[in-house]
Design a binder for this molecule. Structure first.
Ligand code: AMO
Length: 439
């Protein structure tokens, strides 16, 4: 049967083929990026995950059967080529391959739904409809290499700092985050929802004695709005730690972000270059401003804002223009934050909640939590929620719950900062937004 690997195996990636290998027989595998048939000579650029290599087939040197096979190539087909390496100052990387044997593994239909060679620019919707082709572009796959490195560093960071990795249910019975809507689902004879946040579970874990936990997982938000920074399914990096307060956890967050940026600069140099993005290591510690100070700054910039309101988009922009890249926004009014946030002892209208901002983008929310059962029940009631709906959560607060604090970082938003893209959809392989449920 045609198109099988049989005993063909790749010997080299494109990037590793250098003039030093001149004379060696190698096998490369990848996608046909470009075909130039000049009659007497055929040039083919083959692309793999590492880069490009040129196949050069002069009719004088190459068997006519091979030339015939090469002429069957279509753009973006998957091919394997056995050939000899030859130095060439005209080819990319000064090296080319003279083909000896060809194996067409998968022919691509033509025309392609979009051009993955960047010659014709496509709109984001066309690109997302054919995401597999879009990802063949090196500047697009670079975003996901950076995201992968970020997640790797984050996991490493947590492990080194004694956090236990947990996985909590995404099929849940109640809401956690006021403000955003839930996606209802049918759970046999009951109603259930897709989880908005692992919040309740990471807090329950604080009374389990394991001290520090983290989770990297999906969150589902039925947000109606269609913006460049909201998705209906996002990835949240959640952390929670006992015997710590919000200030301690802000330090943890600051250290984690710093480590991520250090590692991306070290391990993703090429990707940053492909994206033409510079990622300076931020000064430490990130500055902190209180909500009250933020309201003054925002008003001084001509954007009207009353104390107690959440930040409008215009307010976030006004604030972002005055602040450093990363900064913490602290002491939020209690009533704009969820029930699990600890109010300030000196003034309960204010709370121990904080956000981490990057310019005008909210990257993370966190807080010292309420760990006292009675206050928690009160706060649930104050928000017109029914404490009975939270019984299994509240139970964990009745039998020894230590003081604790935590935060959640939007992994996709963090990737926007790390890669410099301005649409969150760019940072997700298969984004889910108000209008998109496929692919
Ligand atoms: P919050 O609701 O602020 O807090 O979410 C935490 C972070 O998750 C990201 N995020 C989103 N990213 C993309 N699209 C969305 N629709 C979306 N919603 C949220 C943001 C946000 O800062 N339980 C708390 C966290 C905690 O206190 O530990 C929570 O979920 O970057």
């Amino acid at each position: 049967m045609e198109g099988l690997l049989n005993n063909w195996r790749r010997t080299n990636y494109a990037k590793n083929i250098t003039p030093k290998l001149t004379g060696e027989e190698i096998i490369i595998m990848g996608w046909v990026h470009e075909i130039r048939d000049l009659g007497g000579i055929i040039f083919i650029l083959v692309r793999d995950t590492t880069g490009m290599i040129q196949i050069t087939a002069p009719s004088k040197k190459v068997d006519p059967k091979i030339l015939e096979e090469l002429r069957k190539f279509r753009k973006e087909s998957v091919v394997a080529i056995k050939g000899t390496v030859q130095e060439s100052n005209k080819a990319p990387n000064n090296v080319e391959i003279i083909p000896q044997e060809i194996n067409i593994l998968s022919l691509a239909n033509q025309p392609l739904p979009m051009d993955p060679t960047e010659k014709v620019k496509a709109e984001i919707d066309t690109r997302l409809d054919s995401r597999f082709l879009d990802l063949r572009k090196s500047n697009i796959s670079a975003i996901f290499k950076i995201k992968s490195q970020m997640l790797h560093t984050v996991r490493d960071f947590f492990y080194k700092n004694g956090f236990l990795e947990i996985s909590t249910p995404k099929l849940v019975a109640s809401a956690t985050e006021g403000g955003t809507e839930l996606f209802p689902i049918t759970y046999f004879e009951k109603e259930a929802f897709l989880g908005q946040s692992p919040q309740l579970y990471k807090q329950i874990m604080m009374s389990s004695g394991v001290d520090k936990v983290f989770e990297i997982g999906q969150i589902f938000r039925a947000e109606e709005h269609d913006t460049l920074r909201h998705l209906n399914e996002a990835i949240s990096i959640d952390a929670e730690a006992s015997f710590m307060d919000g200030n301690d956890m802000m330090k943890v967050l600051n250290n984690m972000i710093e480590q991520v940026i250090i590692d991306i600069n070290e391990y993703c140099k090429e990707e940053l270059e492909l994206l033409d993005h510079k990622l300076p290591i931020p000064d430490k510690p990130f500055p902190k401003i209180t909500y009250d100070e933020a309201v003054d700054i925002i008003n001084s910039k001509g954007i009207e804002m009353e104390w107690g309101e959440d930040l409008s988009r215009a307010a976030e922009k006004a604030l972002g223009n005055t602040m450093d890249d990363f900064y913490f926004l602290t002491e939020w009014p209690s009533h704009v934050k969820p029930f699990y946030v600890m109010p300030c002892a000196h003034d309960p209208t204010k709370s121990h909640a904080f956000d981490l901002m990057y310019k005008n983008l909210e990257l993370s929310s966190g807080a010292t939590r309420v760990h006292q059962y009675n206050i928690l029940v009160e706060q649930i009631k104050e928000r017109d929620l029914n404490p009975d709906a939270f019984n299994s959560y509240l139970k964990a607060f009745e039998y020894g719950m230590p003081p604790h604090a935590g935060w959640g970082v939007g992994a996709d938003r963090l990737t926007m900062v790390l890669t410099g893209v301005n649409n969150i959809r760019e940072t997700v392989l298969f984004p889910r937004d108000r209008h998109r449920l496929t692919p």
